[in-house]
Every structure is written in C-alpha cells, then in structure tokens.
Design a protein around this ligand. Structure first.
Ligand SMILES: Nc1ncnc2c1ncn2[C@@H]1O[C@H](COP(=O)(O)OP(=O)(O)O)[C@@H](O)[C@H]1O
Ligand SMILES: [Mg+2]
Length: 278
C-alpha cells in the first residue's frame, strides 16, 4: 500500500475523524532531513506497528505526533483537530496521547502510587481519592497492586515499564504511543510488558507501537508500517508485510530481523508465491 494522497483541506466536519492523521510531515535537525514528507492515517481503535532500521525516523515521527518536537512542514491532526501549531498546549496533548519510552522516566523519589496520581490530580483535576482509586484499578490491570508503595528503584525493569504504562493510562488518553517499550529490558522481562501491551491492544485502544519485536508486531497489529530513511516505504496487514512485502528494503530488513530467530518472513507463502525474487 502506498502513502495516502494528502490533501491540504482540513478534515471534513461531521465525518468520523481518524485518531491520528499525519500529512506530509517534514522534520530536520540542522541539515539532517529526518522525516521527508511522511503521511499516515490511524483510525480510532487501530493498532499500528512501526518497524524499520535504526535512524529511519520512527521516534522522531512519534515525538512530533505528541508534540515533543516542533515540525518543519506538514500537518498533524488528532481526532480532526490540528495540533502541530501553537493553538494546542502540551497539556491538551498530554490528556489525549500517552507516550511510553524505552526508558521509563518514572519519578525515582516518588512511590508508585504517587507516580500514578501526580498528573491526574494536577492536570486532569481529579481529587486525591478519585486518583488513588483509578490508580489502584490500573495497577491491578498491570498486575502490580502490591507495589503501590514501592519506589521505582525497588522494581525490576519490567515492573517499572508496567508502572509507566499504568501511569500513562491514568491520564485516560485516547491514543497510546509506544517507542521501543521493551528495548531496555533483560530478555526474560520482555514478555510481561508485551502481555500488558497486547491486553491493551485487545481492549480497543488506538495504539502506535514502534518495536523491533517482529513476532509481537505480527501478532498484535492491525497494520504494519515500514519506515526507512525518513519515509514510509511500505505499509499493510501483518500477513502481507511479514509474508510477502513488496519493497526490497522491507524484505532485506525483515530477513535481518527474523534470521536470528530462525524464522523466514517468506516461510508461509514463500517468496516465489508472492511473485518476488528472493
Ligand atoms: N534531537 C535530535 N537532534 C539531532 N539529531 C537527531 C535528534 N533526534 C534524532 N536525531 C537524528 O534523526 C535521525 C532519526 O532518529 P530517530 O527518529 O531516533 O530514528 P529511529 O527511532 O528510527 O531510530 C537519526 O539520524 C538521529 O541521529
Ligand atoms: Mg527510535
């Protein structure tokens, strides 16, 4: 599938708006062009995995969507509202989009409970009682109720990341962006975090997951987007991308990613069946 043709008109009123719409996004750092006109639409409830080589611009795209980076050119809409200008405060975005990073960014001096209630009280305006009740429900959801009084330093990396996910959910976001949420974890802790993310994906949350966990991406996503050198090279269903990608670069990337796992992306239908040369 190629990138959708982006029009310069604002999204039409009255129609069901996509959760995320990125149009011809350009972002550079000095002379380095990192995003070269990326367009991407994510309907509400869709789980999109973004894969691609290191340095291809995946994190930068996610950071632009949640306004942690100013963009150079293009437009970003969340639920039909343009958010790349100055008309939306970072607080508005924080209420709409939860972002999970490789590093958990928990406040080390605060208990798990305080990490989970700080922003809901200060930004969402919840009472302390409401915030604590909500936080307890979320800790239960990520299987960490008994850690509510612990400090992040007393938790494993996997537990910290599950707390970070609960903390993001405590803001009641409509969209969750994950940027390599398991890359910093010891291998035996990856599964517990992926389980939480898969559970969330199954709940109907709109999600964008940047990941190198190819098997997970295949299982959990509605759509897979392959980025390379600041462009979306290819996107499609997991079945299509993982068994029969069109772009040679997608095939090369998947060969490199899946070979150490003893898997071949063309193993199901075979590259010949796809009509591609292997
Ligand atoms: N704040 C920054 N300043 C300068 N260069 C950056 C910055 N953030 C990212 N880059 C560069 O942009 C390119 C894309 O980075 P990134 O979006 O992190 O890629 P990915 O997440 O796909 O690995 C890389 O060359 C990286 O070094
Ligand atoms: Mg990155």
């Amino acid at each position: 599938m190629s990138q959708s043709a982006a029009s310069s008109a604002p999204p039409a009123a009255g129609l069901i708006q996509p959760a995320i719409e990125v149009r011809r996004l350009h972002k550079s750092f000095g002379k380095l062009d990192v995003l070269k006109g990326v367009s991407l639409t994510v309907p509400e409830g869709e789980v999109v995995s973004v894969i691609g080589p290191s340095g291809s611009g995946k994190s930068t795209m996610a950071r632009c969507i949640c306004r942690r980076e100013e963009i150079n050119k293009g437009e970003i809409f969340l639920y039909g509202k343009r958010v790349d200008g100055s008309n939306h405060s970072n607080r508005d975005i924080a209420r709409l989009v939860g972002m999970i990073f490789q590093q958990f960014n928990l406040f080390p001096h605060l208990s798990v409970m305080d990490n989970l209630t700080l922003s809901p009280i200060n930004i969402r305006g919840l009472s302390k009682e409401e915030a604590v009740e909500n936080a307890m429900g979320l800790l239960k959801r990520v299987g960490l109720e008994e850690k509510k009084d612990a400090r992040p330093g007393e938790l494993s990396g996997g537990q910290c990341q599950r707390v970070a996910i609960a903390r993001a959910l405590a803001m009641n976001p409509k969209i969750m962006l994950f940027d390599e949420p398991t890359s910093a974890l010891d291998p035996e802790l990856v599964g517990e975090v992926l389980d939480v993310i898969a559970d969330l994906a199954g709940s109907g949350m709109t999600m964008m997951i940047i990941t190198h966990e190819m098997v997970f991406a295949k299982e959990v996503s509605d759509r897979v987007v392959f980025m390379d050198e600041g462009n979306i090279m290819e996107q499609g269903s997991p079945a299509k991308i993982f068994s029969c990608p069109d772009a040679p670069r997608t095939r090369l990337f998947l060969q490199r990613m899946l070979a150490p796992l003893g898997k071949d992306f063309s193993g199901e239908s075979g590259s010949e069946a796809c009509g591609h040369e292997s």
